[in-house]
Design a protein. Structure first.
Lengths: 181, 267
């Protein structure tokens, strides 16, 4: 995540919404601080009904599902999906439906198959899909499941993903992008 | 989207439950889950079944109203409640607390434990309400899954609990049966935040992670209900990721604890 954020320009014409599995007792601000330190984009924790603006990175708060709903974020404390809350599938599926072909889904390293269904939904609705190369990922399970669900997803090395996002989103035309790990 | 709107309209006109102003993203997920569990293919298919089968409506109502909760969820909230709200409650001879959207009761029992440890439970009445009568009945039993007790014990300790958590329940079969005396001053009732009116004046209202399922206009209406139901210096407690900011009542409250979302009514 840090590798990607570090390489993204501050005027990226997209918003990033990030779901990362972390414990419910995770320090609320540590992840945000960690990411905020390396990027020119503005990093914040997603709040209920918060407007989605380009140039921002919104993080799913621990122990909530984060959803995209039109032009704003929404939260939920429904049961965990695949033992996960936040669930990457929940985020990606909602982003797919809100932004359709303007949505870019990215699945990074991870230890289960969360994200695969959501990425497939993005593909189905015409969005772009990127998966970190399972052969090089820290944990291959999640990217492997994502590629199995979306065989024509663009498989990329971690340090190529930022460039791909800039190509897809540009720095002027409106695009939305969801990233997950 | 059209199908979802038709379904919500149908549910409202047939059964009177109004979900039309719920936030759509999460609502849609839950409706689809019901579609699949009923072995159906589409939201229209579910609407047809709902219109003819009240039992199906009960199942959908459970899907839409149970929000997974935990005892002492967000322990830091309870720490702040002890430090900032309890001293205010001590100044009253008797207080009324409303837990709005109590679901299966975990938060009610957590609060009762806290108030009991602060020796305030005897002079507090807790009104615990939920839209769903089935859920309220379950809450009233005060039985929670035994396999959750480890997690709840950890939460309890981090929430500043003063005793041994296991002293509050008896292990019975698969369940942990909580001390009946905790619920002696609890009034359990069905109440619909969307459609029902104020019924009492309260010193404290807890409504945590309930309004995240509502759209903005509905949130504003429920905030009006809470404002009408709180005494002049009453306390409103919201979930960690909710805020009074950007609602019509932003200026009616002062922050008692900005991080823990404790607000005090000032006008």
């Amino acid at each position: 995540m840090r590798t990607i954020l570090r390489a993204l320009p501050g005027d990226l014409d997209a918003a990033l919404v990030v779901a990362q599995h972390r414990g419910s007792d995770a320090h609320p601000s540590a992840f945000r601080t960690l990411l905020g330190a390396v990027t020119r984009l503005k990093v914040c924790d997603g709040d209920d009904k918060q407007a989605i603006d380009r140039g921002y990175v919104y993080l799913a708060p621990p122990d909530y599902h984060l959803l995209v709903e039109g032009d704003h974020l929404a939260l939920s404390v429904e049961e965990p999906v695949a033992f996960s809350r936040p669930s990457i599938d929940v985020l990606l599926e909602s982003a797919a439906e809100a932004y359709r072909e303007r949505c870019v889904g990215v699945v990074l390293t991870g230890a289960n198959d969360d994200g695969a269904r959501g990425l497939a939904r993005i593909r189905e609705l015409g969005g772009a899909t990127i998966v970190e190369d399972p052969a090089r990922a820290e944990r291959p399970e999640m990217p492997r499941a994502a590629v199995a669900a979306v065989p024509d997803a663009r498989v990329a090395q971690l340090d190529e993903i930022a460039t791909l996002l800039v190509e897809l989103c540009g720095t002027t035309t409106a695009r939305e992008s969801g990233a997950a790990s | 989207m059209i199908e979802l709107q038709l379904l919500l309209e149908g549910v409202y006109r047939r059964y009177g439950f109004d979900f039309r102003e719920y936030a759509p993203a999460s609502l849609k997920r839950r409706v689809w889950r019901r579609v699949h569990q009923e072995g159906l293919e589409s939201i229209s298919g579910l609407l047809e079944r709902l219109l003819h089968d009240p039992a199906c409506m009960e199942r959908l109502l459970l899907d839409l109203s149970i929000n997974v909760t935990a005892m002492f969820r967000d322990p830091t909230f309870y720490v702040a409640f002890r430090e900032k709200v309890v001293p205010l409650l001590r100044t009253y001879p008797f207080t009324r607390v409303w837990v709005a959207g109590c679901s299966t009761g975990e938060e009610v029992f957590s609060l009762a434990i806290l108030l009991s440890e602060e020796e305030l439970l005897d002079r507090t009445r807790i009104y615990a309400t939920d839209i769903n009568a089935v859920v309220v009945d379950r809450a009233r039993e005060g039985v929670f899954p035994l396999d959750k007790m480890r997690e709840y014990t950890e939460n309890y300790i981090r929430a500043g609990g003063k005793r041994s958590f296991s002293s509050y329940y008896l292990a019975k079969y698969e369940g942990a049966l909580f001390d009946r005396t905790l619920a002696e001053n609890v009034v359990w009732a069905q109440h619909n935040l969307v459609q029902d009116r104020a019924f009492q004046e309260f010193n404290v209202i807890l409504c945590r992670n309930v309004m995240i399922y509502f759209d903005r206009p509905l949130q504003n209406r429920v905030h009006r209900l809470f404002h009408d139901s709180l005494e002049r210096r009453g306390i409103l407690c919201l979930g960690h990721k909710e805020s009074i900011r950007f609602t019509e009542f932003e200026h009616s409250y002062e922050e008692l604890d900005a991080q823990q979302k404790l607000y005090r009514r000032v006008r």
